[in-house]
Design a protein around this ligand. Structure first.
Ligand code: GDP
Length: 425
C-alpha cells in the first residue's frame, strides 16, 4: 500500500514531522519531486535536522530511502547531507537513487542566480538552487539522467551541444564567464563516483515492493499552492507538488496510492513572492506569530529567510486539499496559537465586490480581499496534551470549525515539533 504525505498550502506545513512519524510504520520512503530547494525540519532522538533532499525516513534502521526519478538531484548536496547525518551519530541509511533521476548541473545553479539578478525587483524569490533551469532543461529534453554519467564519451558529446547554447546566453544575456567543457566533464566524473554506490532501477525496486505488500510512503515537498498547474502560477515551483504526481515521480501505480495525508497548518506562512490573501499586514502582529511559529520561529529551512505570516485561509486550504485528493488531514503547529485572544479565520474572498469560497486563478487572486470570521482564543499551552477531549473547548472549536470549512476529516492534530507530540482523532 502506498501512502502520500503532502502539503495543502504554500509549503512548510510540517510535513517533515508527519513523514517522520508515519515513517516509523513504513518500509520504504520515497521523494518523488523537487530538489534540495526546500527543506523539512525534523526533531528526533538524534537531534534537530534540516533535510533538503533526503527523505525523512533516513533516521530509521528498518526503512529504505528512495530518490525517485522525478527529483531534481543535486549530487554534492545529497552526499553532504548523508555525511552530515552520519557525523551526528545516525546509522548510515540505506539509500537508493533512481538511474532515471536527472541531475542538477552546476550551470543550473548559476543560471538560477543570474536570472534572479537580471529580474531584480521582479524576481520569483527563488532559493537559487537551480530548480527552474533544471526542470526547463528536463522538459526541453537536454537534461542529464544519472545513468548517463556512466558513459563518458556519449555524455561529453551531448554536453558539448548543450553548453553551446548555454554559453550564448552567458555571454550575451548575462555577461558572465563561459562554461568550459573540460572542467564540466571533470565535475561529471566526480559526480559519477559520488553517486555510483546508490544508483539502481528504483522503478523495478518499487514494483516488486508493491507486489510484496510493502508499506511505501511518498514524501511531498512544498504544497498545493506551489504546484505549477494548480497553484498560484507563475509564483510556483517547477515540479508538481501533488500526490497524483507521486505515481509518476516515484514510479508506482496511481491506484496504489490509497491514503493521502494532507498536512494543513493551523495558520498560514509563505516564502517568496506571490499572492497571499490572508497575510497579516501589521508587521508587529506578524512578527509576534513568526517568532513563536514552528520550532524556533518561521524562517526558511534552506535560506533562513523570514517567512510571510497569515491567518488560517480556509479558501486556500480547502482548494489545496482538493488538489491533493486528501483522504485525511493532519493539522499542525496548533500549539503556537495559544497566545492569541482571538483568531481570525479567512472563510471567503471578496473579489470585485462579490463573495466567494472558491479559490480563483491568479489574476483574480490579486484582487481578492479576505473575509474573516473571528473565533475566541484558548489562552493556554496545549503541548503535552495527548487526548483530543483534553484540549480546551475553544481549541476544539477552532479545529472543528476548520474541519467543516475544508471538508476533510482532521485525523491528526500536531501540538509540538517532536515526533510523538500528536493527538489522534
Ligand atoms: P515542511 O517543509 O512541511 O516539513 O515544514 P518545515 O519543517 O519547514 O516547517 C515546520 C516547522 O514546524 C519545523 O520547524 C517543525 O519542527 C515545526 N513543527 C512541526 N509540527 C509542529 C507542531 O505541531 N508544533 C510546533 N510548535 N512546531 C511544529
Amino acid at each position: 500500500m502506498v501512502t502520500a504525505v503532502v502539503g495543502a498550502n504554500w509549503g512548510d506545513e510540517g510535513k517533515g514531522k508527519i513523514t517522520d512519524m508515519l515513517g516509523e510504520e513504513s518500509d520504504i520512503i520515497v521523494r518523488f519531486q523537487g530538489g534540495s530547494n526546500a527543506g523539512h525540519t525534523i526533531v528526533n532522538d538524534y537531534g534537530k535536522f534540516a533535510l533538503h533532499i533526503l527523505p525523512s525516513g533516513v533516521f530509521y534502521n528498518h526503512t529504505t530511502s528512495v530518490i525517485g526519478n522525478g527529483v531534481a538531484l543535486n549530487i554534492p548536496d545529497l552526499v553532504k547531507e548523508i555525511d552530515g547525518i552520519v557525523e551526528k551519530g545516525v546509522p548510515k541509511p540505506k539509500i537508493l537513487v533512481s538511474d532515471r533521476a536527472q541531475i542538477v548541473m552546476p550551470y543550473h545553479v548559476l543560471f538560477d542566480k543570474y536570472e534572479e539578478e537580471r529580474l531584480a525587483g521582479k524576481s520569483f524569490g527563488s532559493t537559487k538552487s537551480g530548480i527552474a533551469p533544471f526542470y526547463s532543461d528536463k522538459y526541453a529534453k537536454i537534461g542529464v539522467q544519472v545513468n548517463e554519467l556512466f558513459d563518458e564519451v556519449a555524455l561529453g558529446e551531448k554536453l558539448e551541444g548543450v553548453i553551446l547554447k548555454k554559453n550564448i546566453m552567458l555571454e550575451h544575456l548575462y555577461h558572465k564567464p563561459l562554461i568550459d567543457i573540460d572542467e564540466l566533464m571533470a565535475t561529471m566524473k566526480e559526480y559519477a563516483q559520488m553517486i555510483r554506490p546508490y544508483v539502481c532501477d528504483t522503478g523495478a525496486f518499487l514494483y516488486e515492493a508493491v507486489q510484496n505488500g510493502k508499506r511505501i510512503l511518498l514524501e511531498g515537498q512544498l504544497g498545493s499552492l506551489k504546484d505549477p498547474d494548480h497553484g498560484i502560477y507563475p509564483m510556483v515551483t517547477s515540479s508538481s507538488t501533488l500526490a497524483g504526481y507521486g505515481a509518476v515521480g516515484a514510479g508506482v501505480p496511481p491506484y496504489e496510492i490509497k491514503r493521502i495525508v494532507t498536512v494543513v497548518k493551523a495558520y498560514s506562512s509563505a516564502v517568496g513572492a506571490g499572492e497571499f490573501v490572508s497575510e497579516i499586514l501589521d508587521e508587529k502582529e506578524a512578527e509576534e506569530l513568526r517568532k513563536r511559529g514552528g520550532d524556533g520561529g518561521e524562517y526558511g529551512a534552506t535560506t533562513g529567510r523570514p517567512r510571510r505570516m497569515g491567518w488560517f485561509d480556509a479558501v486556500a486550504s480547502r482548494y489545496g486539499c482538493r488538489a491533493q485528493g486528501a483522504t485525511e488531514v493532519a493539522l499542525t503547529v496548533l500549539d503556537v496559537l495559544g497566545y492569541l485572544d482571538e483568531l481570525p479565520v479567512c472563510v471567503g474572498y471578496e473579489i470585485d465586490g462579490k463573495f466567494t469560497k472558491d479559490f480563483p486563478t491568479t489574476g483574480l487572486l490579486k484582487k481578492a480581499k479576505p473575509v474573516y470570521e473571528t473565533l475566541p482564543g484558548w489562552k493556554t499551552e496545549i503541548r503535552g496534551i495527548k487526548n483530543y477531549d483534553d484540549l480546551p473547548e475553544n481549541c476544539r472549536k477552532y479545529i472543528e470549525f476548520i474541519e467543516k470549512e475544508i471538508g476533510v476529516p482532521i485525523k491528526m492534530v500536531s501540538n509540538g515539533p517532536g515526533r510523538h507530540e500528536i493527538i489522534y482523532r
